[in-house]
Design a protein around this ligand. Sequence first.
Ligand code: ISL
Ligand code: CA
Length: 578
Amino acid sequence: MTLTRTDHDTTTTDAQWWKSAVVYQIYPRSFADSNGDGIGDLPGIRSRLDHLQRLGIDVIWLSPIYRSPHADNGYDISDYQDIDPVFGTLADFDGLLADVHQRGMKLVMDLVVNHTSDEHPWFRESRSSSDNPKRDWYWWRPARDGFEPGDPGAEPTNWESFFSGPTWTLDPITGEYYLHLFDPKQPDLNWENPEVRHAVYAMMRWWLDRGVDGFRMDVINLISKDTTLPDGAPGASGLGNGFPHYANGPRIHEFMQEMHREVFAGRDGQYLTVGEMPGVTWQDAVLFTDPARHELDMVFQFEHVNLDHGPGGKFDPRPLRVSDLKASLGRWQRELGTAGWNSLYLGNHDQPRSVSRFGDDGAHWRESATALATVLHMHRGTPYVYQGEEIGMTNVPFATAEDLRDIESLNHYRKTVATGQDPERAMAAIRHIGRDNARTPVQWDDGPQAGFTTGTAWIGVNPNHTWLNAAGQYDDPESVFCHYQRLIELRRTLPVVAHGDFQMLLADHPAVYAYQRQREGTTLLVVANLASEQADVALDVEHYDLLLSNIEPYTPSTNGQLVLTPWEARIYITTSPR
Ligand code: ISL
Ligand code: CA
C-alpha cells in the first residue's frame, strides 16, 4: 500500500507537536570525532547530520556538552553556560544548532540540576566557610550525634550512593559532610533554597533564548528531599537505601510547576520537556505529564529496564522474562492512555545495548533488533532512538577492568575486589549490564576505529564493527537501519501510530507480544515473536493487509492461526469497519 503524508492531526495542538515526533539521543563523546583526539565533539556531530536526516528523526537530545571535569562523563557540570573545550566552543554549538534547524530538526539539551560538579563556582563558594552566602545552596550536615567527623558511621544518614559507598563526604574545610547521591564529585543542590531554583531557571531561559528546543532533565524526581533526612532501611551492601527519602519528594510537583511557570510559560516556540525519573510509578507519571497540570511533557520511567535487576541490584542480574516485559510495557500503555503521555525507549547511555539485553544478538541479531524496534515504535508515546541502536549495535566483549571507563562499573569492580568477592563474577555482570556497553563509538564503517576517529578512541571500538556498521546498511533494504527508517516513516504518515488507542492481545502468551492500535476507522495490528523459537498463535488477520514485516517471505495465516519464525514481527492494517 502507498502512504501519503497526512495533514496536521486534529487531536493535538501545535504545542503538543512532540506527540508525533521521534527523538534521537546523541552521547557526544562517542558519536563522531572531528579532530583526532579520540573524543567525539560538536563539529563531529555537524558532519553526521545526514545520517540523522536519512533516518527521519525530528529531534536530537544531546547528552551534556557543558564544561565539566568529566568524573561522570559530563553529568558533573562546572559551568552551565559554556561548552567543554573537548567538545568545542559556543560558536560550534551555535553552528550546530543552526544546521539542525535548517534541516527541519530540533535540538534538546540535557539539564543536570540535581547536582553540580564539585568544581562548579557555586560549590567552591559553598564549601569555603559555614557562613558563605552559598553555604545553603548544597546539603551540609555535621557528623551524626555522638560521632566525631570521619568516624566510621558518622555520616549524617546511612544512605548508599548510586555509584557505591556513602552519599556523604566529609569536607575538611569546615568539618561538615555534604550530600551526593552520585559521586563525591557530584554534590546535590539544595532545591529548598529559592535562590538555587531561580539560578537554574535563569540558566534555562538563557539556553532557550539561544534557540534550543527543550530539555531532558536528569534525575529530576530526586530534587525534592525529605528535609528531615531519615535513615534508609538496611540494604544488601550494609548501607541503607535512602531512595524513598529523596525520590518523588514532598515538593516535587510544586517545583515542576514553578519551573514551568518561570521558564516556559508565555514563550513562543515549541518545546519538549522530558524528566528522567528513576523509580517513578505510572500513577506519578500521570500527574507529571497531565497537560492540565503544567509540569512536563513526558517522563522516562524505569520499570521495564529494572526487570532484570536481582535482589542485590543491577549488578546482580536475573534472567528477563518476556511475560514481565509485556506486562510492564502494556501497563504503561494502558495507564497513560488518556491523561498523560509516554516516552518510549529500550536503551540509552546508562543501559546495556537493547538487542543484547532484550533480543538475541547471536543467531537472530537482525531479526531481534528489528522485532524489538517494531514493538516499541508502534506504541503510543514518543520514541527515543539511542545512537547506534538504529544499526543494531551490541554489547561489548570487555576482557578486563582495563577496558572499562564508567565510574559506576569501575567502583563496583573495585568494591568487589576490596571485599574479597569474585572479580570474574563482577566482570560478567558488567559485560551484561554495565553502562560502557552503550558508550563505545558509533560504528560508521568497517575501517580502523569504525570511522569514529582518525586517532584512538577514548574507549575501545567494538570489534564487530567490521561487519556491523552504518555504511554497510544504508543500501541494504533488509538492514536494521532501513527497518528503523520505515518504522519512523509510518509514524509520520499514519496518525494511528502516534495517536491511536492501545489494546493488548494475547496477554497470556509467554513469547508473543501482540496489540491493536485504533483511531478513526483505522486499526493496526502488531504482532511480534520475542523469542528464538517458532511460535504458533491464534490471531485472525483475515481482514487486514500486511503493512510491514521484518522477515520475507512470510508465511500467511491459515484458519486464524499465525506461524511466526524466531523474532518475526509484523504490522497489519485495516481501514474497513470491523
Ligand atoms: O545507571 C544507573 C545507575 O545504576 C542509573 O540509576 C542512573 O544513575 C540513573 O538513571 C540516573 O542517570 C542519570 O544521572 C546520573 C548519570 O550518571 C547518568 O548518566 C544519567 O543519565 C547522574 O547524573
Ligand atoms: Ca574530538
